[in-house]
Write a protein that binds this ligand. Structure first.
Ligand SMILES: Cc1ncc(COP(=O)(O)O)c(C=O)c1O
Length: 389
């Protein structure tokens, strides 16, 4: 049996995905294919390192050792062909906290921050909850592929109140792994307009064959003066509960801004387990990650076949990376509130509704493919039957 096929019950583990369905999705007896965490145990090397750490039995204040930074540096070199200097790294309790810190550190009330919707909704929250305003340069769907609109992007970045852009690279939920030319377009425009670029690269290790993630800072050394790059092993190795992420900030003034903000918030010491997990994942987890990607591709193929056979009116935007699939259900049911009711009450499956990611996503669902294949199959079967197919 494939290691990822083994069903693991997560009910009763205080899992947000499984145990807080009522609160988050409006029903408790649903199959959860929503929030971006995986139903797979982390690589055995990570579990082993964490077990050993737990057995120490003393859980006092802790900080990252030199090994932590060298594991991060090695991973980026090996995986992405990019050297990130350990002195650039600011460890943070998560990428979402990092986005909030960046908005707080570098914008004033009323400043604008550009996003490209439909996009991971905490981007908008991090802007609005910290006194700034969202400015949207929507992605454009053409031939089932989302693209940036260079003219619109330039126009919006030219707004004198636009201080920052938050880029999602690879993009959640539309699954694009941006090509070098697209990243250059964004970064060149930000440089020209004096806009700080925050590049959220949390999905950078989850890329399907035929595509390659380019860390924004690896493309051109001159981007270092205005770019903050966010990474974490949490999506790739299923460690989201350990609160361990990094901001990579080569520019000393921007770095100082983030460090001061981190200080103001009192978030300067990491979780006792996070560093150990990152080190084990980055040093020993790559073969597991490769097997994971093969499995996820199998799940994606299943979804593609299933939709073709049973729900041909549903349109899949083929993801190039991430374990999330973005599906347009409008051909199946035009009325979103009705479609949502059918999914929750008849199919009893929790997908993320597309509208969460902005009004551009109305009528879409985001499917989390990181579950045993049998579970995906059951969710899809229930979905098709609920729509009478
Ligand atoms: C684009 C993106 N950024 C950030 C996060 C969450 O990051 P963290 O859990 O480190 O706050 C997610 C989780 O799904 C995500 O998709």
């Amino acid at each position: 049996m494939n290691e990822f096929d083994r069903p693991r019950s997560r009910k009763g583990t205080a899992s947000v995905k499984w145990d807080f369905l009522e609160k988050n999705c409006g029903g408790s007896d649903l199959l959860p294919l929503w929030v971006a965490d995986m139903d797979f145990p982390s690589p055995p090397e990570v579990v082993e390192a964490l077990t050993k750490r737990a057995e120490e039995g003393i859980y006092g204040y802790t900080d990252h050792s030199a090994d932590y930074f060298s594991a991060l540096e090695e991973w980026n070199r090996k995986r992405h062909g990019w050297r990130c200097d350990p002195s650039w790294v600011v460890s943070v309790p998560g990428v979402v906290p990092a986005l909030n810190m960046a908005v707080r550190a570098f914008t004033k009330p009323g400043d604008k921050v550009l996003v490209q919707r439909p996009v991971y909704y905490p981007f908008m929250n991090s802007i609005e909850l910290n006194g700034a305003r969202v400015i949207n340069s929507p992605l454009v769907l053409r031939d089932r592929r989302y693209r940036m609109d260079p003219k619109d992007l330039e126009e919006k970045l030219s707004d004198p109140r636009c201080r920052m852009m938050i880029l999602c690279s690879p993009h959640n939920p539309v699954g694009r792994v941006w090509q070098e030319g697209e990243l250059r377009l964004v970064a060149d425009l930000c440089r020209e307009k004096g806009v700080i670029l925050v590049s959220d690269e949390i999905h950078s290790d989850l890329v399907f064959p035929g595509f390659r993630h380019r860390p924004l800072l690896s493309i051109d050394p001159s981007y270092s003066s205005f770019t903050l790059l966010c990474t974490s092993p949490s999506k790739s190795f299923n460690l989201a509960g350990l609160q361990c992420a990094n901001m990579i900030v080569p520019d000393p003034i921007l770095r100082r801004g983030i460090l001061e903000e981190r200080e103001r918030l009192g978030l300067f010491l990491p979780n006792f387990f996070g560093g150990v997990a990152l080190e084990a994942a980055y040093r020993y987890g790559e073969p597991w990650l490769e097997r994971l990607m093969t499995y996820l591709k199998g799940n994606l193929d299943l979804l593609t076949r299933f939709l073709g056979d049973r729900l041909p009116e549903a349109i899949l935007t083929e993801p190039e990376g991430t374990y999330l699939a973005w599906v347009d259900l409008r051909g199946v049911e035009r009325d979103w509130p009705r479609a949502e009711k059918i999914l929750l009450e008849r199919a009893k499956v929790a997908y993320d509704p597309g509208v969460l990611f902005g009004p551009e996503g109305e009528g879409y669902i985001r499917i989390n493919l990181a579950c045993p294949r049998s579970l995906l199959q059951e969710a899809l079967e229930r979905t098709a039957q609920a729509f009478g197919r």
